[in-house]
Design a protein around this ligand. Sequence first.
Ligand SMILES: Nc1ncnc2c1ncn2[C@@H]1O[C@H](COP(=O)(O)OP(=O)(O)OP(=O)(O)O)[C@@H](O)[C@H]1O
Length: 655
Amino acid sequence: MEKNVIKNEQEAIKAANDRAEEIITKKDRKSFFGLLSGYFKQYWIITFSIILVTLLSSIATVLGPKITERLMGTLMAGQLENAFGGVIDSGNLSQFNEFIHKTYSFISAKFVGEDLVYFSNLFGMELTWTGWIYVQLVLFGFIAVFTFISNFLAGLMGKRVEISLRNKSLEKLVKQDMSYYSDKKIGEILTKIVSDTQIIGEQAQQVPVTMLSAIFTFFGSLIVMSTINGFLTLVVVSAMLIILITIFGSFTIVKKMMFRVRSSITSINGDVTDRINTVRLIKASGTEEYETERFKEVHKDYYNKSKKLVNMQAIMITIMIAGISSIQIVIIIAAALRYHDNVAVLSVALTSFISGVGTMIGPLMQMVRVAVGLASASTSSQRIYAIINSKSIINPHYDPNEGIHIEHIDGDIVFKDVVFAYPEKPEQVILPKFNITFEKGKSYAFVGETGVGKSTISKLLLRFYDPSEGQVLINSKHDLKEVQLSSYLDKVGYVEQEPQILFGDVLDNIRYGRFDATDEQVYEAAKKAELHELVSTWPDGYQTILGERGFMLSGGQKQRLVIARMFLKDPELLILDEATSALDNIVEKEIQANLEELMKGRTTISIAHRLSTIKNSDKIIVLAKGIGAAQSGTFDELKNKPGHFQELYKAGLMD
Ligand SMILES: Nc1ncnc2c1ncn2[C@@H]1O[C@H](COP(=O)(O)OP(=O)(O)OP(=O)(O)O)[C@@H](O)[C@H]1O
């Protein structure tokens, strides 16, 4: 019963994690803003400043047409002097003012000294046309300053969002269970971590500001234009609404297309990383041409999906351009039909309206950018969401206040009624009921046919996986599930067949065993691993940069480096997972001697193929398929007893 519950739970978590990355949910769009809303709250001062500055910038922008109207009206009023029919002097100035008032309600004429000068009114200001030019210039200045501030702040916000999401994703990934990675390509994960977070960051910078500015400017212009001419405003609004509805109608289609394109490029990146990782195989097989052709094939799907997307985007842009061009024509036609008998109104209304439509076209263009940006940000947000919200099967108690803290592994380690099947393949039971006690300070070796489950023991000891049933007890009493994992792993040393070398220098690589070790302690550990002399002959010594995965080292050298790391770490439990099986006989003998030195006085659990590795073990456990531990004893005991071990021995599997 308990086993089924645990298994079902583990399977459900794995399935949910996989599903989250594949499907497009209806919550997509919300997920981008949902993702941002937390940051808006966290950086509320920046958010508030962006809104304020964008609002001010939009106000300054929408006032433009109003000022143009004053400017144009004041400039053109002079032409009415001739139409007045008579010399204007201080005596008939008020009659003249009445006359011009019929055409331009906001203009008045005055004598300044000898000259007749035209003024117009706006918000209590009375200025000549040159005055309005200065106002216009000041306004441009404001727009420039506000635009700079809002873009700068939005840029900051975007970068913070990007970095924070990347860190959150990375944190989640390093804390994820091993089973999470079993069916994933590193390149695919990388694409999400690097470019999806970058896309979200860029859109977090652009979408909110652009959207706010577009909305403010659009409605602001609408208000201002309606004060100039209600009829023409109605014409413009109707035309713009048609364009906007068309653009946002195509949003869902574009979003789906973008999702497909991103999935395709992610898969390509996964493929590329995979091939770069296995470049030795390509080189050794002479398959460079084959791979080049294969890459071309792989890109076909990406090209086809991109073609559809590009096509859709081009249609959107065409609708926009055609729509915008037609708006101006529509205004001219509408104005001509309505005001053909009043040239003065027609000319001023048209000039200020064309300028007004100019300020409205900006927001319209911005909304297209928002629609496209939102589509790509939604896709990326969903993918990042899937990582950040992915569930872990294992709880390693990262919180230092959580779980049992292991000060020392000073007792036995016990596998109590352990049953194990991988969550990835729950139907295949690897270890049926399995009981064993690893006594402190003793050495154990697991042997058995390939695929029988030897390495699985080390994975359970490192808590890469939890038993499906039963317990792994530390110091005979603490269930490993309840232990604060890092406090335990701190005392565990792990040497595997493929040594893990980090990009960095020798010093850093060895120091990964104990970060607070001094240089001298690192040299000491290297000496014990018989690495010191070799490193000293290199021109850069311990500062020599080791390529990714230790490309520059031989197999034996890499293993020595890991052993040096272990000497430095000085673990209380040592797990050797076929540590020497990749090495040739001579090197293996040398490394084995180093390992035996390392094993002294520690509880050691080895997974081994070779006789030399297990001969001196205090206990050898023979695993057999479907049985678990079939036999156990010392080498001499097992060798002379009929059974699995003798069969392995006789078959030459233990040479
Ligand atoms: N992540 C996994 N998901 C599902 N099955 C797995 C996983 N890892 C290993 N297995 C399966 O579990 C079984 C035991 O694997 P394990 O690596 O423990 O074998 P082993 O005895 O160490 O083999 P070898 O001697 O070849 O290294 C194998 O059948 C293997 O296919």
